[in-house]
Design a protein. Structure first.
Length: 317
């Protein structure tokens, strides 16, 4: 779909054909949501503020996409005025909007979000956990059908506080979540894992917000943090966490129990298998890993599992 816009806002080498009038033959931006099969063939594309009526307050900057157990698609946004989470069908029809745009009431507001980063849906409890996010400093839980507020918490399970850590990036003893609170994941045993990205740590909670422990990952990363995303390995014990690190541009395998690094791949670069600002990752049922890159990385990559992920016993010296 052609979308008129000012050429001043475009990189002429990337989206020149989108300007009005066009400034180059190539290219036009894709819709915000793209569906591919596992071979990389695009199946469907939809979304965006001008794509169709009735899509709610579509985010200025899409951030985080989650598929729940019913096949519904959840989208957040980290634009300057984004305060919504959208729940849509897999065809792109709006089911419900949670929160509203231009929200800025702070981390204890139970009605709206502030630049929410990512969503995890607990299908059994019909609850949505939101890492909120780029503006707020909390995890907030809502009813996945009605949006009714359930509970929320900040770092160490304490009430959220809108206090910017000093220094702004990385404080190993930070009493608050840094911005962004970048992901939230729930293991089968009910433990909740939260990406406190710029503080280089994973904090672990029970579902009621009770703090359990924290794990630091590459804690000397003084840039924009080492814990950008997590996936939980799909063996029966969920032995491992898979960690995407966009500052060091690595994917790591961590022991879920301790956070110990037991494997890694990737490096900073532009070639296949390299990363530039790896931002999110996903894991399929076969153990293959899918990664996405932001800034001017702008691509998805697929990494195949060869063999089996097995934790070998270490000999004691």
């Amino acid at each position: 779909m052609d979308r008129p816009c000012s050429s001043a806002t475009l990189d002429a080498n990337e989206r020149g054909a989108e300007a009005n009038p066009p400034v180059a033959e190539c290219c036009k931006g894709a819709p915000p949501v793209l569906e591919f099969d596992q071979a990389g063939n695009m199946l469907h594309a939809w979304g965006g503020p001008n794509s169709a009526p009735g899509l709610g307050d579509w985010p200025e900057s899409n951030h985080g996409i989650t598929i729940d157990g019913k096949g519904n698609v959840w989208v957040g946004g980290n634009g300057g005025n984004d305060g919504t989470v959208l729940k849509l069908t897999k065809e792109g029809k709006l089911i419900k909007q949670f929160g509203f745009g231009y929200a800025n009431a702070g981390s204890n507001d139970t009605w709206a979000f502030r630049q929410p980063a990512k969503i995890f849906v607990d299908d059994a409890k019909n609850e949505a956990y939101i890492s909120d996010g780029y503006g707020n400093h909390r995890v907030i839980v809502i009813d996945a059908e009605t949006g009714a507020f359930k509970r929320m918490w900040g770092a160490y399970g304490k009430p959220p506080a809108d206090v910017t850590p000093t220094p702004a990036l990385y404080n190993p003893e930070a009493p608050n979540f840094a911005n962004p609170v970048h992901c939230v994941k729930i293991a089968n045993d009910g433990l909740v894992y939260v990406c406190d990205r710029s503080n280089n740590r994973i904090q672990v909670f029970r579902k009621d917000g009770t703090f359990v422990k924290e794990m630091f990952i590459e804690k000397n990363t003084l840039a924009n943090g080492s814990v950008w995303d997590l996936e939980i390995w799909n063996d029966p014990k969920q032995t491992f966490l898979i960690n995407a690190d966009g500052a060091n541009n690595e994917v790591r395998t961590l022991l879920r129990e301790s956070g110990e690094i037991v494997g890694r791949f990737g490096r900073n670069g532009r070639m296949a298998g390299d990363f530039h600002w790896i931002h999110n990752l996903a894991l399929d049922s076969k153990g293959n890993i899918y990664t996405t890159e932001v800034d001017n990385g702008k691509r998805a990559q697929k990494f195949l599992l060869i063999g089996n992920m097995v934790l070998k016993k270490r000999s004691v010296q």
